[in-house]
Ligand binder design. Structure first.
Ligand code: ZN
Length: 296
């Protein structure tokens, strides 16, 4: 997937930096100061680092992310921001065509856990959209886990990422576009209608409605891919297969089979792998939101 050089959205809130870097106990500034001290004053770098660490950590307690991102973290941030910008351009155009105005969601990147208007977010939950604060939450650890599930091993992953920044990037973009799809459903009032209908239905029926909502978000992700392709020609060979593979592996039946060894249809909330692929493809081929009626 080609993504460099395009607009990067300003709606990404990166909350990984401060905590993540400090957790490792290594401040880059501290290391540089220590190195300079050792090089020019003959101070033992270990000692110098200990000394600077106290100073820098005291001054950095409320450190904000951008200053302390590693080059890899910056790369992830730019990638996510570019995909988010692509969704903004897509949905702004589609809403305009309907005489409406699109309000873009914010996207919060975090590691470990973070607060949301929908409760505390934890990495184990996977990416989600919170309608109450209109934010998409993504723990970047999920991307790593997903690549691993897709059979891209850790080392291969690292080397491919630095060499060609590929290794599952379109699958990641697809996940972001799916979450933005939930935001679109929220703006269109679809989510609240489904919520109401769920309250008047049995558990099995309610789950069916949730599945349809999820499949529509997949279809919306397909619409995003279609429009972005027309605008930027960003797709490369194998990208769509990659997203299909991801959809297959993160479909509920796959997750359930992994967990229990067999699938239990009534408790599906994202749809089967087959359904997810089918609806993503409908959006991708047509680029038309009206084709995404998963409820009929
Ligand atoms: Zn979803």
């Amino acid at each position: 997937m080609r993504w460099k050089g395009r607009r990067v959205s300003e709606n990404v809130e990166d909350r990984r930096g401060g905590g993540g870097v400090k957790a490792g106990g290594i401040s880059i500034l501290g290391l540089i100061v220590a190195f300079v001290a050792w090089k020019f004053f003959g101070v033992d770098p270990q000692q110098a680092y200990q000394a600077t660490k106290q100073v820098t950590s005291a001054g950095e307690t409320q450190n904000t992310a951008p200053t302390s991102l590693t080059p890899q973290q910056k790369e992830v941030s730019d990638f996510v921001g570019t995909v988010l910008a692509d969704t903004e351009d897509t949905w702004t155009t589609i809403f305009q065509q309907q005489g409406a105005q699109y309000t873009a969601p914010k996207l919060k990147l975090f590691t470990g856990r973070t607060d949301s208007a929908c409760g505390t977010a934890q990495s184990a939950m996977g990416p989600f959209y919170c309608p109450a604060d209109q934010k998409v939450y993504i723990d970047t650890q999920f991307f790593k886990d997903m690549r691993q599930q897709m059979g891209i091993s850790g080392e291969q992953n690292q080397s491919e990422l630095s060499a060609k920044d590929e290794a599952g990037d379109f699958a990641q973009a697809y996940v972001i576009a799916h979450e933005v799809g939930h935001h679109v459903q929220n703006l269109l009032g679809i989510s609240s209608q489904v919520q109401k209908a769920r309250q008047q239905s049995s558990e099995a029926q309610g789950n069916q409605l949730s599945v349809r909502l999820e499949l529509q978000a997949d279809c919306f992700a397909g619409v995003w891919a279609n429009h972005t392709q027309q605008r930027t020609q960003f797709l490369e060979q194998g990208d769509v297969e990659e997203a299909m593979d991801a959809a297959q592996k993160i479909g509920d039946d796959y997750l359930q089979k992994q967990a229990r060894g067999y699938a239990v249809p009534d408790s599906f909330t994202h749809g089967t792998s087959q359904q997810r692929m089918q609806w993503f493809n409908i959006g991708l081929k047509s680029g038309d939101v009206n084709q995404c009626d998963t409820f009929k």
